[in-house]
Design a protein around this ligand. Structure first.
Ligand SMILES: *[C@@H]1O[C@H](CO)[C@@H](O)[C@H](O)[C@H]1NC(C)=O
Length: 503
């Protein structure tokens, strides 16, 4: 995208510190996805004990399932709601201040969860999960935004993947610390949940040393002088005129395109098809059943008769990390649509194998290994396709004007589906027994067919070419304004998030 020839940019200590500090937010996001998995049984026992103490009778098992599912899923409600005030927050506060304020949520949420056992209150636990969800919703926007804005253009794509990597690393850390010999025990689970404040404290103490995003200062606040100072600190160079020129160009392009509201997105025939595709791709990510694995894998492994379920969960976490790295290389080389279909197809096959293995478990004991392997495959295929790809599509199907609205709709669909899985899985699993993953297999097949027939390849195409693909009936004037953005450079979620606040 950059036409400016610039001397090789050096990576300064300030820059590394700033990226590290921001990425702590993604790490915490991942940690809170993975953390409630291993100690499920312990926490349930404590809910039971609390109930017994309060009402003099053991908790009815239906009530326990509801309370636990709510504790898991309310996280997504927090995330969903915080999407709503993210844009507003970014208009009022600078990036750094927004991150600082967001840390308060993590602090409150973490403390509530950590103290819930001591106070014998599952309400505190549920409220804590809600607040930490709100933190994660904000952090999942702020981190890529800040990193994308301070990164030099040449490094932006690579650094954008750090967000994804930090999330899967956070999940893995939570799974390892959740081992019963570490923190996953009856006494120590509050510490496990409370540890989420550690990255918060780190981030709060490092943030004062990180410069404010120069792109934000210049493009949104029009503070050229401060932007220059930030650039100097980040690059360690005195002469930053070329970067400023680049930002000027970006600002000009941004002002050329009219902002599109969410309502228009659905009304205009120009956008209707792309937005439906974006929503369905987000749903394909969540309804693939991946979070059923990340929230509930330990109890799935127990049912599958795996010897050490927690180690199997950690194995899934390791596979998850490894294939996130693999997919970084694949995304550069293969088409988005191909990868998405490969991922969905692979997950579908793994789900079918898993179901058969679970059904045969009673007669064929070694099926528990097949079950474990198919879960590993399921996770691996997720990271190849449905994990990263839907975000690419939203960024690439929409040009600058409609992109913020499209991203909000996509994010909302994603969190909603996440909630449905977190809330409903345990019930459906109790109801269907070993056949629960067949439901996901059917959904995956549906999304595979949908992708095959409806989703265009976007890699390396301009918005004009993609729009022509949709064969739209009415040709509005809006598409004429598309600049020929160079889509060879993968535009990542972060690219687009960086622009979300600029309105
Ligand atoms: C709750 O605890 C009681 C007594 O400790 C036990 O008998 C009962 O099975 C437990 N209920 C559930 C749903 O775990």
């Amino acid at each position: 995208m950059s036409s400016v020839v610039r001397p090789s940019s050096t990576v300064t200590g300030t820059f590394v510190l700033s990226v590290f500090t921001a990425v702590l937010g993604s790490l915490e996001f991942g940690y809170n996805i993975g953390v409630i998995n291993a100690p499920q049984k312990m926490i349930e026992q404590d809910y039971n004990a609390t109930w017994l103490q309060r009402y003099g009778e053991p908790i009815p098992s239906g009530t326990l399932t509801s309370l636990w599912s709510l504790s898991v899923a309310i996280f997504s409600i927090g995330g969903m709601l915080s999407m709503g005030f993210r844009v507003r927050m970014c208009n009022i506060f600078s990036r750094r201040k927004a991150m600082l304020i967001n840390n308060l949520f993590a602090f409150i949420g973490g403390s509530l969860m950590a103290l819930s056992k001591l106070c014998r209150s599952f309400e505190m636990m549920i409220l804590g999960r809600f607040i930490i969800g709100a933190y994660c919703g904000l952090a999942s926007g702020l981190t890529p935004m800040y990193v994308g804005e301070i990164a030099p253009t040449s490094l932006r794509g690579a650094l954008g993947t750090l967000h994804q990597l930090a999330i899967v690393t956070g999940i893995l850390i939570a799974q390892i610390l959740g081992l019963e010999v570490l923190l996953g025990s009856q006494e120590l689970w509050p510490v496990l949940l409370g540890l989420t404040v550690v990255p918060t404290v780190l981030q709060m103490s490092f943030l004062p040393f990180c410069p404010e995003s120069p792109r934000f200062l210049y493009i949104v606040r029009c503070q050229e002088h401060q932007a220059k100072r930030g650039l100097r600190r980040l690059t360690g160079r005195q002469e930053v005129g070329d970067m400023l020129a680049e930002m000027k160009e970006e600002k000009r392009k941004m002002e050329m395109e009219r902002k599109v509201s969410i309502l228009e997105l659905f009304r205009s025939p120009l956008y209707r098809q792309p937005i439906i595709i974006s929503i369905l791709l987000q749903l394909s990510q969540q309804l693939s059943g991946i979070n059923a694995i990340f929230y509930y894998s330990t109890s799935i492994f127990i049912k599958a008769g795996v010897q050490s379920p927690v180690y199997a969960t950690i194995g899934a976490g390791v596979i998850n990390c490894a294939f996130t790295v693999v997919s970084l290389f694949l995304i550069e080389r293969m088409g988005r649509r191909t990868l998405h279909m490969l991922g969905l197809g692979g997950m579908c096959i793994c789900a079918v194998i898993m179901t058969m293995a679970l059904a045969l478990l009673d007669s064929v004991p070694w099926m528990s290994y097949i079950c474990m392997l198919s879960i590993f495959g399921f996770v691996a295929f997720f990271e190849v396709g449905p994990g990263p790809i839907p975000w690419f599509f939203v960024a690439e199907l929409f040009s600058q004007g409609p992109r913020p609205a499209a991203m909000a709709v996509a994010g909302f669909s994603n969190w909603t589906a996440n909630f449905i899985i977190g809330m409903g899985f345990q019930y459906v699993a109790d109801l269907c027994g070993p056949y629960v993953f067949l439901i996901f297999a059917v959904l995956l097949l549906f999304f595979l067919i949908f992708t095959f027939f409806r989703v265009p390849e976007t890699r390396g195409k301009t918005f004009d070419q993609i729009a022509a693909n949709f064969n739209e009936r009415s040709v509005g004037g809006m598409m004429d304004m598309d600049m020929d953005m160079d889509l060879d450079k993968p535009s990542t979620e972060l690219d687009y998030l960086g622009e979300e606040s600029i309105n």
